[in-house]
Design a protein around this ligand. Structure first.
Ligand SMILES: Cc1cc2nc3c(=O)[nH]c(=O)nc-3n(C[C@H](O)[C@H](O)[C@H](O)COP(=O)(O)OP(=O)(O)OC[C@H]3O[C@@H](n4cnc5c(N)ncnc54)[C@H](O)[C@@H]3O)c2cc1C
Length: 398
């Protein structure tokens, strides 16, 4: 079977590329080759099933990678373009704190909008077909038994391989001379020593987490932090995970809106105003009650039944320390299986940001997370996939 455009990978970037190619030229024959039994599997899992598909504040600052390349892409396809692209596919939107979701709050709506448009416009889905090689031929490319004038590689990175992206796409582009930078899990929860936080599994606190290396803060973020049996999770932890390495320290400030002196003052106040209150109950209303057990242990108070009047000066100071400066040591991350994205990927330098075409092989394009760009949480990673997919599709269809 011969195609005008073959797209490898039926994820966010590949599907956006196909829509954009069809819109540019409705006559062309497009095939999407997907290793899973269906396309868009990952889209269904995004945004906790709600799909945070873009952000109203799109700028290169939120992306890691070659800034001038990223800026050129975002200049062509910003948040207005992303919202309009999906509106044309039937997706009305809602905005929460800049994050854009489908109005129906269902990630499946985003996946369906792409899949249905493509099916209605005669695009072939070639599923259950992992691509292992792309061969340059005299008049285009061959991919297995299929041939095509142009090929778009949109196979994603290595994050969440159970959803399809296992890194098998990198070698498809490396074969044509494109370099691969080292790939790491990003937006992933972190493993830490757990002796101090034992028993806190499932407890959520609003906190600032700071990643510290040799006394220097490497990354910091605030929001809802989740204690787990292996360490820490939650959006702020995922945001700093990109920079985390074994042996670094995570400082957790569980009262980020209060100064250390105010927290210490409040601990003193409670101890002196409620002398008969047991330690286990003393901080109720100030912090999550479950924090009392590890906090008192950290502070050297032997039992939660010890009354406030029996707290020593060091006990009081250490309680405040626990709440403002709990220190945990990073022992690892939760790996690609649990990561939302991968950092690193195919280097941008041999791609044209105006077309997403390879400078090393005419007719070969790349889009999405396979490239050496990743971003913070907030709809930016999907935005990158749509943006590069739309640019690649449009140009491959001309
Ligand atoms: C749980 C989770 C939640 C997320 N939530 C959000 C969110 O709310 N907002 C946001 O912006 N980002 C989110 N992300 C990140 C975002 O989903 C990805 O950055 C984005 O999907 C990347 O798009 P892509 O098309 O490049 O790759 P993918 O979506 O990974 O698609 C790649 C496709 O290629 C296929 N494929 C791979 N190799 C081959 C091969 N050799 N042959 C054929 N097919 C192949 C895969 O099966 C897959 O279908 C989330 C990620 C995860 C895992």
């Amino acid at each position: 079977m011969r195609y005008d455009v073959l797209i490898i990978g039926g994820g966010a970037a590949g599907l956006a590329a196909a829509v954009s190619a069809k819109k540019e030229n409705s006559e062309i024959k497009i095939g999407i080759i997907e290793k899973n039994d269906r396309v868009a599997k990952k889209i269904h899992a995004t945004g906790n099933g709600r799909c945070n598909y873009t952000n109203t504040d799109i700028k290169s600052d939120y992306f890691y990678g070659e800034q001038s390349f990223i800026t050129k892409v975002l200049d062509k396809f910003g948040s207005g373009e992303a919202i309009a692209f999906f509106e044309e596919l039937g997706i009305m939107h809602r905005v929460e704190d800049g994050r854009v979701y489908p109005l129906s709050n269902q990630a499946s709506a985003v996946a369906d909008s792409l899949r249905l448009y493509l099916a209605e416009n005669g695009v072939d889905f070639i599923t259950n077909t992992p691509v292992t090689d792309i061969v340059r031929t005299e008049n285009g490319f061959s991919v297995g038994t299929l041939t095509s004038d142009r090929v778009i590689v949109a196979t994603g990175g290595k994050a969440s391989p159970s959803l399809g992206s296992d890194g098998s796409g990198y070698k498809l582009l490396q074969k044509f001379g494109h370099a691969l930078s080292s790939v790491k899990p990003a937006l992933v929860s972190l493993k830490t020593n757990t002796d101090i936080i034992k028993g806190l599994k499932g407890v959520k606190v609003f906190a600032r987490v700071s990643l510290v290396n040799k006394g220097r803060v490497v990354a910091s973020d605030r929001g809802e932090v989740l204690f787990t049996d292996y360490g820490l999770s939650g959006i702020p932890v995922m945001q700093i995970s990109r920079f985390a390495q074994k042996g670094m320290t995570i400082k957790v400030d569980m009262l980020p809106d209060l100064k250390k002196s105010d927290v210490l003052g409040e601990v003193y106040n409670r101890v002196y105003s409620m002398p008969l209150r047991e330690g286990g109950e003393l901080f109720s209303g100030m912090v999550n009650k479950k924090l009392a057990v590890p906090m008192l242990k950290w502070a050297g108070v032997e039992k939660t039944s010890v009354k406030a009047k029996d707290f020593t000066e060091p006990n009081i100071r250490l309680c405040a320390d626990f709440l403002k400066e709990l220190e945990l040591t990073v022992t690892g991350d939760n790996g690609f299986n649990n990561a939302q994205v991968s950092s690193g990927g195919i280097e941008l330098d041999n791609f044209n940001p105006h077309t997403m075409e390879s400078c090393l092989c005419k007719g070969l394009y790349a889009a999405g997370e396979i490239l050496n760009v990743d971003a913070v949480c907030g709809g930016y990673n999907l935005h990158w996939a749509w943006a590069t997919g739309v640019i690649a599709g449009k140009n491959a269809a001309i």
